[in-house]
Ligand binder design. Structure first.
Ligand code: AMP
Length: 454
């Protein structure tokens, strides 16, 4: 199958050639003709499968056709919603790249940066808007984004949006769109929640399932190193040094853990930086940029970087801390092994995380090869500890990864992950608060007033 057979215009075929794409990927083969036929799509695609080009190329062609038919003034005709700012910026860049020679305008809006430049760009008129949900609704509330004439809606990484608590925002956004439109929904995993969203949104969709759900890319070789929790950093530095790894993405469970590890590695002469939700958007962009242009060897990230990001030629991903949500493992290691390149995923597993590893292996239905490096073998006298006690995440520390996680554990970890992804301005936080969050806030208020009184 070649791109010529998919129904793309000469102009877009030239663009594809310029990008160096010789054959379409499986998702492109299936998605491009369907989207050109104005069909709705429910796409389950592994990361790094060429999904963005798969929806952007036909989207551009459709908008060009309408333009040629002279459908009036410039207004937002295509809306692409993504869960994270980084993914929004990346998708917008792809739209700009693929549409470079076309008279279509696009822009991206997300939180954490000034809104006024975004307002100016929107007021000058755009055809394609890429947005994160919170900031998009801010624009709607200010009347700076009019969604009433959107023809095509694309929800990218929909499962992550639901994970992050964006469902109410998504519903609100959908309620602002015209009833008659084309809908494309992409999700890396296909949970019951996603099926429910899809049923309410999509009209007789073409279902595209490029990879079996919850599978890791075959191009990524996986290995587990068993090591004591206190020796992880030492082992990681040793491996990076001896194997002469030049580009490594390392995942930690917490934001403070990411900062600490980046500092420790830098002290050992391995240039590193951290990216997580406590950093300003400018600092997040800078860290990613430094990593992409190889100004640092190691990017230490919380799960904010696990989804959607396309870092060209990333050969190594390390799980410094194992994720307690098995699906996150798939997304993390999916940062490597992209676009036909091979990759290696190394997981440093201490005794506290054996249960997390078991859950991941159960989900993948595979045994990940295990090893321990001479001189770094785990000390059998060390006992397992609950993960949260070390993460200092509050009072729900009654469980560790050995047992099946209890509800309070799941809730705590999910809140922690969500806070890391937050794309909203603080003033715009409409998410319902859990009893635990409310208690924390009450305590903070008490502390504040206590301090003032003294
Ligand atoms: P995505 O899954 O959309 O993030 O794309 C992953 C990577 O694949 C990006 O770097 C794209 O530039 C690249 N890519 C997309 N389509 C193709 C193709 N047909 N051939 C080779 N690389 C591609």
């Amino acid at each position: 199958m070649s791109f010529e057979n998919l129904g793309l215009s000469e102009e877009l075929l030239r663009t594809v050639k310029k990008q160096g794409y010789s054959i379409p990927t499986p998702i492109q083969i299936k998605a491009i003709p369907s989207i050109l036929n104005k069909q709705d799509i429910m796409g389950t695609a592994q990361t790094g499968t060429g999904k963005t080009a798969g929806f952007t190329l036909p989207l551009l062609q459709r908008l060009m056709q309408e333009r040629q038919q002279g459908h009036g003034r410039r207004h937002i005709k295509a809306l692409i919603v993504t869960p994270t700012r980084e993914l929004a910026a990346q998708v917008c860049k792809s739209v700009e790249t693929y549409g470079r020679n076309l008279p279509l305008r696009s822009t991206v809006v997300f939180g954490g940066v000034s809104i006024s430049a975004q307002v100016r760009k929107l007021q000058s008129g755009v055809d394609i808007l890429v947005a994160t949900p919170g900031r998009l609704l801010d624009h709607v509330n200010r009347n700076t984004a009019d969604l009433s004439r959107v023809d095509i809606l694309i929800l990218d990484e929909a499962d992550r949006m639901l994970d992050m608590g964006f469902l109410p925002d998504i519903k609100r956004i959908i309620s602002l769109l015209p009833k008659k439109r084309q809908n494309l929904l992409f999700s890396a995993t296909f949970s019951n929640e996603i099926k429910k969203l899809a049923m309410g949104l999509l009209n007789n969709p073409t279902v595209i399932e490029v990879a079996a759900k919850n599978t890791a890319s075959e191009l990524v070789s996986q290995v587990v190193h068993h090591v004591d929790r206190k020796r992880k950093q030492e082992l990681l530095s040793h491996i990076i040094d001896t194997k002469k790894w030049e580009r490594v993405l390392v995942f930690t469970r917490t934001k403070s853990g990411a900062n600490k590890l980046a500092e420790q590695l830098t002290k050992k002469g391995i240039r590193s930086t951290a990216i997580h939700g406590n950093k300003s958007q400018a600092a997040r962009t800078k860290a990613l940029d430094q990593f992409k242009r190889e100004a640092v060897r190691v990017l230490v990230a919380t799960d904010i970087a696990a989804r959607g990001l396309d870092i060209q030629q990333l050969p190594h991903v390390v799980n410094f801390d194992m994720p307690n949500v098995p699906e996150d493992y798939v997304h993390r290691i999916g940062r490597t092994g992209r676009a036909g390149h091979e990759g290696e995923a190394l997981s440093l597993v201490c005794i506290d995380e054996i249960g997390f590893l078991r859950n991941i292996e159960r989900m993948l239905n595979t045994n990940i090869p295990k090893m321990s490096l001479k001189g770094y073998e785990p000390d059998p006298s060390i006992k397992a500890e609950p993960i949260q006690r070390r993460g200092q995440r509050g009072r729900n520390g009654s469980n560790n990864s050995y047992g099946r996680s209890n509800r309070s554990f799941d809730r705590t970890s999910r809140n922690d992950r969500n806070s890391d992804f937050s794309d909203r301005d603080r003033s715009d936080d409409r998410r319902p608060k859990s009893p635990w969050q409310m208690r924390c806030e009450q305590q903070k208020r008490r502390n504040r007033y206590g301090k003032r009184a003294s």
